[in-house]
Design a protein around this ligand. Structure first.
Ligand SMILES: Nc1nc2c(ncn2[C@@H]2O[C@H](COP(=O)(O)OP(=O)(O)OP(=O)(O)O)[C@@H](O)[C@H]2O)c(=O)[nH]1
Length: 123
C-alpha cells in the first residue's frame, strides 16, 4: 500500500440548541454507536474523524461539539476561531430548536474569524 503523503486538517463546528443531538450525530459518525442516555455537554468536546480519502490523501476532521447551553456564553468566540465550516443541528420534534437555527447562524457570522486569518494558520 502506498503511504499517504497528503494530509488535510479541517476544523468543523457542531452547534445548535441544548439536547438536539449534536453529540449523538458525532458519536454515530465517528464511533458508529448511539446511546439514549443524555449527558449534557459541558463547554466543548472534541472528536477526530480520519478519512482515507484516496490512497495518498488523509483528511482529518476535527469536530468541535459545542454545548447547547453555551449559546449566550462569551466562550463561543474562542471556539469558533479558524473553523472551516459548521453544522447547525436542530431537533425535528421541537420547532423552537429549528427557529433557533437563524440565531446560531447570526452568532456564527458575527464571530467567525476573517478568511485571511484562516489562511495564515499553519497546520
Ligand atoms: N429518539 C432520538 N433520540 C435522539 C436522537 N439523537 C439524539 N437523541 C437523544 O437526545 C438526547 C440529547 O442528545 P445529545 O446528542 O446529547 O444532544 P446535544 O445536542 O449534544 O446536547 P448538548 O450538548 O447538551 O447541547 C440524548 O438522550 C440522545 O440519546 C435521535 O435521532 N432520535
Amino acid at each position: 500500500m502506498q503511504v499517504p503523503h497528503k494530509e488535510h486538517l479541517y476544523k468543523l463546528l457542531v452547534i445548535g440548541d441544548l439536547g438536539v443531538g449534536k453529540t449523538s450525530i458525532i458519536k454515530r459518525y465517528v464511533h458508529q454507536n448511539f446511546s439514549s442516555h443524555y449527558r449534557a455537554t459541558i463547554g466543548v468536546d472534541f472528536a477526530l474523524k480520519v478519512l482515507h480519502w484516496d490512497p495518498e490523501t488523509v483528511v482529518r476532521l476535527q469536530l468541535w461539539d459545542i454545548a447547547g447551553q453555551e449559546r449566550f456564553g462569551n466562550m463561543t468566540r474562542v471556539y469558533y476561531r479558524e473553523a472551516m465550516g459548521a453544522f447547525i443541528v436542530f431537533d425535528v420534534t421541537r420547532p423552537a430548536t429549528f427557529e433557533a437555527v437563524a440565531k446560531w447562524k447570526n452568532d456564527l457570522d458575527s464571530k467567525l474569524s476573517l478568511p485571511n486569518e484562516i489562511h495564515h494558520h499553519k497546520h
